[in-house]
Design a protein. Structure first.
Length: 334
C-alpha cells in the first residue's frame, strides 16, 4: 500500500469540474511534483490533501488512514505557500515556536526543534529578527522552517519559489531538496515550472485540465512524452504532424511526432554518416537561451528548432545554409 493514496478524487466549483477522477499514489520518502499550467487542478489537489478544500467525491488515504473528512489540524501535514504568511509581530524564533506551543510541548523540546530548524534553513543569527527586517528569500526560509519544525508526516509546497529571483530560487531548490533527504520527508511540490520539476523531483505527475496527463521520473517524462500536450509542456519539443514529418524525412508517418531540439545535428557540411534522416535548410532566426543557442531552421518547407551549445566562434548567421541529421530513435511517436 502506498503512503498516500488519492482514490477517484473529484472536485467541483459550481459547474466547473476541476479534478476529474484523480487516482494517484505517493510512496513514503519520495519528492513528488505536481506539474502543470495555471488552472489545471494541481494546487486544488494539494489543498484537498491538506484539508483546506473538501473533495466532491473520492477518498484520500494517508499512512493507511482515511483522512478525507479529517480536520486540517489533525492531519499532521506541513504546508509552505507562495505567500510567506508569517506573523509580522513575532520574531523568527516566535514564528517557529508558535505551533509547537499550541501542541503543549515541553519548553526544552520547543527550543531544540526551533534551533535545529533554523540551522537547516541557514538562518543562524536571525532568530530574533522580525519578518519586516528579512529579505524575501529569508522570509521564505522561515516559512520552510515553520513547515518542518512540526515534524509532519507530509510536507506540502505550493509554488513556494515563484516570487523569488532566479539565482536565489536555485539556491532554495537545493536547500529544500537537501532538507527533504536529511529528514526523510515525504514531500509534495506544486509548480508550473518544468525546469524546477526536473531538478527537484523523484516523480513528476503532469496535470492538464483536471486529469493526470502523464506520470514518471524526470528522465522518462522528458525523453518519452506520451501526448502532444506533454511534449509541448516539457522540453520545448518540435511537434510535427505526419504531413510535415514526411516532408522533413521523406518517409510516411502514422501520426504526430515530437523531436527535441538538441537531438537534431547541425553542420556546415553535408552529413554522410550516422543518423537515419538527412536534410538541408536555411537559418531563419537564432535566440540565445543561456548556454544554449536556439536556431530556427527551414528545411523542405518545414520549420524546426535546433539547440546547440553557445559558441560564438561557430555561430550561424541568418540566411546561412545548414545541413541537419536526425536519428529515428529521437522521433517520439505521440
Amino acid at each position: 500500500m502506498a503512503y498516500i493514496e488519492f482514490k477517484d478524487i473529484d472536485k467541483f466549483y459550481g459547474k466547473n469540474h476541476v479534478l476529474k477522477g484523480i487516482n494517484l499514489e505517493i510512496e513514503q520518502g519520495d519528492f513528488v511534483t505536481l506539474l502543470g499550467p495555471s488552472g489545471c487542478g494541481k494546487s486544488t489537489l494539494l489543498r484537498c490533501l491538506a484539508g483546506l478544500e473538501q473533495t466532491s467525491g473520492g477518498q484520500i488515504i494517508l499512512d493507511g488512514e482515511d483522512i478525507t473528512q479529517k480536520d486540517p489540524k489533525d492531519r499532521n501535514i506541513g504546508m509552505v505557500f507562495q505567500q510567506y504568511s508569517l506573523f509580522p509581530n513575532m520574531t523568527v524564533k516566535e514564528n517557529l515556536a508558535f505551533g509547537l506551543k499550541l501542541q503543549k510541548l515541553p519548553a526544552d523540546e520547543i527550543e531544540k526543534r526551533v534551533k535545529d530548524s533554523v540551522e537547516m534553513v541557514e538562518l543562524i543569527g536571525k532568530e530574533n529578527e522580525y519578518p519586516s527586517n528579512l529579505s524575501g528569500g529569508q522570509q521564505q526560509r522561515v516559512a520552510l522552517a515553520r513547515g518542518i519544525v512540526m515534524r509532519p508526516k507530509v510536507l506540502l509546497l505550493d509554488e513556494p519559489l515563484s516570487a523569488i529571483d532566479a539565482k536565489l530560487r536555485k539556491s532554495l531548490q537545493t536547500s529544500i531538496r537537501e532538507i527533504h533527504k536529511e529528514l526523510g520527508l515525504t514531500s509534495v511540490f506544486v509548480t508550473h515550472d518544468q525546469d524546477e520539476a526536473m531538478v527537484m523531483s523523484d516523480v513528476i505527475h503532469l496535470f492538464h485540465n483536471g486529469i493526470i496527463e502523464q506520470s514518471g521520473n524526470p528522465v522518462n517524462i522528458y525523453t518519452k512524452p506520451a501526448t502532444s500536450f506533454a511534449a509541448g509542456f516539457i522540453g520545448n519539443y518540435n511537434i510535427l504532424d505526419k504531413k510535415d514529418m514526411k516532408q522533413l524525412t521523406g518517409k510516411d508517418w502514422s501520426g504526430d511526432v515530437a523531436i527535441r531540439p538538441e537531438t537534431l545535428r547541425i553542420s556546415r557540411e553535408q552529413i554522410t554518416t550516422g543518423e537515419s534522416y538527412k536534410m538541408q535548410g536555411v537559418i531563419l532566426d537564432r535566440v540565445p537561451r543561456g548556454n544554449v543557442l536556439r536556431y530556427k531552421v527551414r528545411t523542405n518547407n518545414v520549420d524546426v528548432h535546433v539547440d546547440v551549445l553557445f559558441r560564438s566562434a561557430s555561430m550561424y548567421e541568418i540566411g546561412d545554409t545548414a545541413f541537419m541529421a536526425l536519428a529515428d530513435h529521437n522521433c517520439v511517436r505521440l
